[in-house]
Design a binder for this molecule. Structure first.
Ligand SMILES: [Zn+2]
Length: 660
């Protein structure tokens, strides 16, 4: 990260994002096969090249390969071979298609859906808006009130568009998106043999059904509130909630163990689902399941199936060209055999020294959080004591899992790409459901090692940093601490702050949903949080027609604002230990404090296509990059001091917000 590569024609006090990113962004336009492009994207591309080398090495059949190398190599080979052979591979879907066709009564939907979930999609993986699987999501979920046991999680799902608003909004972009989705469904049905008229009629019916489902879904702001998604049902109560659905048949089909209790995220959705299961003709449900099987499988089929899917993605994201085959196939191995591939990745690019240095940074930032808890004036001693206990119990996970997933029971061959995907999906669903009935396992990872991202999880009380983001330019074991703390340190602080954001603060030291706040401290917190939600609401500068809702992004914004303070506080201590200071200047005349802020700003340099930006503000709880930089520094007196900004300048906010 070259912190001297700033846009010197811009005053940092006027627009810090433009100052930090203007030169980088101008020199790096979004490639036609990307939706967005920036510093993070370049690191992702670098990681993908490492993975590509690993996969190409293991692609040729070779008796010397280890069992994991055989699996990742053959999975990759099956994906690339589909292209070389110009194969269609749609026949792989026939057994599931036959099941759908063979349904004779509405109760057959349960077992058929279970079979579908065991083949395509990630029914166990809840997203910000819904679970991207037909009809519903199902997977392990720690009891909100007792993480000592994992129970069943039942989530709203079933939408092919990114969230409920895509069905309900009436602006031009939403209408275009729906038309494009309808075209996709028509194309898939025609490719699957439906006459044009029938395909059209069926697509209209599916869109109508999904719109009815969308209308009953919980919105993504309510979904952020643990109290709203915490609805416990016994099996008897779950069956009474949706009596028209054959739960026993579904659970048998996915291979669920006996589950005594379920968390149902959105009961209103399931009430409506019950009505729709009763009121809609079985033929409509058959079409819906057929379409969702085709939608789930299309990315793994050849001969025009993927083109149809990409046509829709183009409308959704604005990306004009699909990724090259090697990248698409590499991503698929990462998604389906992530720890087998990740283990090799780590051996190549994440040496023990990197782990040691990253762990030290995490510890330093946790110490900064402790100092911050002690220092804040708005929180009183009883709540502080609980916060301190919670902080002490945070588990840091750095780089990769201590124990890798054992893929021994999974068969992967070179024969068929979609069959490999089905088997890997079935394997992962089974692995996920095996957690049910046990205490929550804090050592599991929800991201693969090469991922350029990080996360916090309130129930396991963990912060998790994959090796993929502990790489230059975010983190460089050879670079000086100032740059490392400004870029990677802010990410570490961000995740740690999530443990104490408007969601995280509601979970206690154990990870249980329990209120440990005094009424007055909670009130103080709410006020500070509201300041942030307000600050981030409204039009996004430089992105025409895009408005953010600060209530959706409040947790992420709190984490950004807290994260940079923690990183700066940790850096100041670190420099002091080395006999240095934040005021010292380098050969270019930049002080350490300035370099810290520039590294932070540069770490967020990112250009996003307008279509994707529009979708992002509707469905994604993260703020747009320009706000992740400018609102954060606009809140900080330290930034003003670093660049000599004066009241009235845009980067000196009249009302400043701060929680942590
Ligand atoms: Zn976050």
């Amino acid at each position: 990260m070259d912190v001297t590569r700033v846009n010197a024609s811009v005053n940092p006090c006027d627009d810090f994002y433009e100052y930090a990113c203007g030169v980088l962004n101008a020199a790096n336009p979004i490639p036609p096969d990307q939706t967005e492009w920036g510093v993070g994207g370049e690191l992702e591309a670098w990681n993908q090249q490492i993975l590509r080398d690993v996969l190409e090495t293991n692609e040729p059949a070779n008796a010397a390969r280890t069992p994991n190398e055989q699996k990742i190599g053959d999975f990759y080979a099956s994906c690339m071979e589909q292209v070389r052979a110009n194969a269609d591979d749609v026949k792989a879907l026939e057994p599931l298609m036959a099941r759908i066709r063979g349904m004779s009564i509405p109760r057959d939907i349960g077992a058929t859906l279970g079979a579908l979930h065991g083949a395509f999609g990630q029914a166990w993986e809840g997203g910000d808006n819904q679970t991207n699987a037909a009809i519903l999501g199902f997977g392990p979920q720690a009891d909100y009130h007792d993480v000592g046991r994992v129970i069943g999680g039942v989530d709203q799902g079933g939408l092919g568009l990114p969230g409920r608003d895509s069905y309900l909004e009436n602006d031009a972009a939403s209408k275009t998106l729906r038309r494009s989705y309808q075209t996709l469904i028509e194309t898939l049905l025609q490719k699957d043999g439906a006459p044009i008229e029938e395909a059209h009629r069926d697509a209209v019916a599916v869109l109508r059904l999904e719109t009815a489902m969308a209308r009953a879904q919980m919105d993504n702001i309510s979904r952020r509130d643990p109290a709203k998604v915490d609805n416990r049902y016994s099996l008897t109560e779950l069956k009474a909630l949706v009596p028209a659905f054959d739960w026993d048949g579904y659970f048998r089909a996915v291979g669920a163990p006996d589950v005594p209790l379920y968390e149902v995220s959105a009961p209103a959705y399931f009430k409506r689902l019950n009505q729709l299961l009763t009121s809609e003709d079985l033929e409509v449900w058959k079409t819906y399941l057929r379409v969702h099987l085709l939608l789930g499988a299309a990315p793994y089929l050849g001969n025009g199936w993927r083109d149809a899917e990409f046509g829709f993605m183009k409308t959704l994201t604005g990306q004009p060209q699909p990724p090259p085959d090697w990248r698409r196939c590499t991503d698929a191995v990462d998604a389906h055999l992530g720890e087998a591939l990740g283990e090799v990745y780590v051996a190549h690019v994440f040496p023990p020294e990197s782990k040691v240095r990253a762990k030290k940074m995490v510890k330093d930032i946790e110490a900064a959080m402790g100092r911050d808890i002690d220092a804040v004036a708005w929180m009183q001693s009883d709540t502080k004591r609980e916060a301190r206990r919670k902080l002490a119990a945070v588990m840091d996970k750095v780089g990769y899992p201590d124990h890798w997933i054992d893929y021994g029971s999974l068969t992967i061959t070179r024969e068929s790409y979609p069959v490999n995907v089905e088997r890997a999906t079935a394997f992962e669903l089974k692995r996920q459901l095996a957690f049910v009935g046990k205490p929550l396992d804090r050592t599991q990872w929800a991201m693969t090692p090469p991922t350029v991202d990080a996360y916090e999880d309130p129930q396991t009380n963990t912060i998790n940093f994959p090796a993929g983001i502990l790489q230059p330019p975010y983190f460089d074991a050879q670079a000086d601490d100032v740059v490392n703390y400004g870029a990677e340190g802010a990410v570490v602080g961000h995740e740690l702050t999530h443990d104490f954001d408007d969601q995280g603060r509601k979970f206690d030291v154990q990870g249980n949903l329990r209120d440990w706040w005094s009424a007055n401290d909670a009130r103080q917190y709410e006020q500070k949080g509201a300041c942030i939600a307000n600050e981030y609401s409204g039009a996004v500068p430089g992105v025409a027609g895009v408005k953010q809702n600060g209530k959706l992004t409040q947790g992420e914004d709190t984490a950004d604002n807290g994260g940079i303070y923690l990183a700066l506080s940790a850096l100041a201590e670190d420099l002091k230990e080395q006999g240095k200071s934040l005021d010292q200047k380098d050969a270019h005349g930049l002080s350490n404090l300035q370099r810290f802020f520039i590294a932070y700003g540069m770490s967020w340099c990112d250009q996003i296509r307008p279509e994707a930006a529009r979708m992002m503000v509707l469905t994604n709880p993260h703020s747009m990059p320009v706000l992740r930089v400018n609102n954060v520094v606009g809140n900080m007196p330290e930034f003003r001091k670093a660049f000599g900004c004066k009241a009235g300048q845009p980067m000196v906010h009249a009302t400043t917000c701060r929680v942590w």
